[in-house]
Design a protein around this ligand. Structure first.
Ligand code: AMP
Length: 173
C-alpha cells in the first residue's frame, strides 16, 4: 500500500469539535487492516536503527498507535493521561490551552533517568500537547530520541515548538 492510499483513509470532518476546525478522523484508517499496518510500519521506520526503551503516548488516540508501535519496535509503553486517571504516584505538567490550562500526568517511576524514549501522537496541530509531554519527560531525565506523528498540519507551525527534537510525520497537510 502506498502513502497516497493511506491518505485516502483519513476523513475530513468540518466544524468538529467546533466551528472552523477541520478534524482529521483516522478511524477509517484504523478500520482497514492494510492501512493500519502500513501506518505503524511507517511510524516505526524512521527511528528503527535507534535503541528505544519506551514508546510514550497521550490518551486516547495516541494509545492506539503507541501500543501497536511499541509491539512493532519491541519496546515498553508508557501512558500519559489527563489528570486523575493514573492510580500510582504521578509526575505532572500543566500546559496552556486556547482558553485556560490542562494537566497531563505520568507515573513517576515509569521512565528511569537516561531512558531512551520515542513519543507518538496521531496529529501534530499547534504542538502544545506534545510539547508538554516533552517537558514532563525532560524533568524525568529521559532522553527523547524523536517524536513521530501520523499527520502534521503544517500551517499551524507546531513543529516550531518541538525544534529541540527530531520530528517525523508520515502525512503532511
Ligand atoms: P495540539 O494543538 O498539537 O496540542 O493538538 C492537541 C491534540 O488534539 C492532538 O493530540 C491531536 O490528536 C488533536 N487534534 C488537534 N487538531 C486536530 C485536528 N484538526 N484533527 C484531529 N485531531 C486534532
Amino acid at each position: 500500500m502506498k502513502k497516497t492510499e493511506l491518505q485516502k483513509q483519513i476523513r475530513d470532518i468540518p466544524d468538529f469539535p467546533k466551528p472552523g476546525i477541520i478534524f482529521k478522523d483516522i478511524t477509517p484508517l484504523l478500520d482497514d487492516k492494510e492501512a493500519f499496518k502500513k501506518a505503524i510500519d511507517l511510524l516505526a521506520k524512521k527511528f528503527k536503527k535507534e535503541q528505544i526503551d519506551h514508546i510514550v503516548a497521550v490518551e486516547a488516540r495516541g494509545f492506539i498507535l503507541g501500543g501497536a508501535l511499541a509491539y512493532k519496535m519491541k519496546t515498553g509503553f508508557v501512558p500519559v493521561r489527563k489528570k486523575g486517571k493514573l492510580p500510582y504516584k504521578t509526575a505532572r505538567v500543566e500546559y496552556q490551552l486556547e482558553y485556560g490550562t490542562d494537566t497531563l500526568e505520568m507515573h513517576e517511576d515509569a521512565v528511569k533517568p537516561g531512558s531512551r524514549v520515542l513519543v507518538v501522537d496521531d496529529v501534530l496541530a499547534t504542538g502544545g500537547t506534545v510539547k508538554a509531554v516533552t517537558d514532563l519527560l525532560k524533568r524525568q531525565q529521559a532522553q527523547i530520541v524523536g517524536i513521530v506523528f501520523l499527520i502534521e498540519l503544517k500551517f499551524l507551525k507546531g513543529k516550531e515548538k518541538l525544534k529541540d527534537f527530531p520530528v517525523y510525520s508520515v502525512i503532511k497537510y
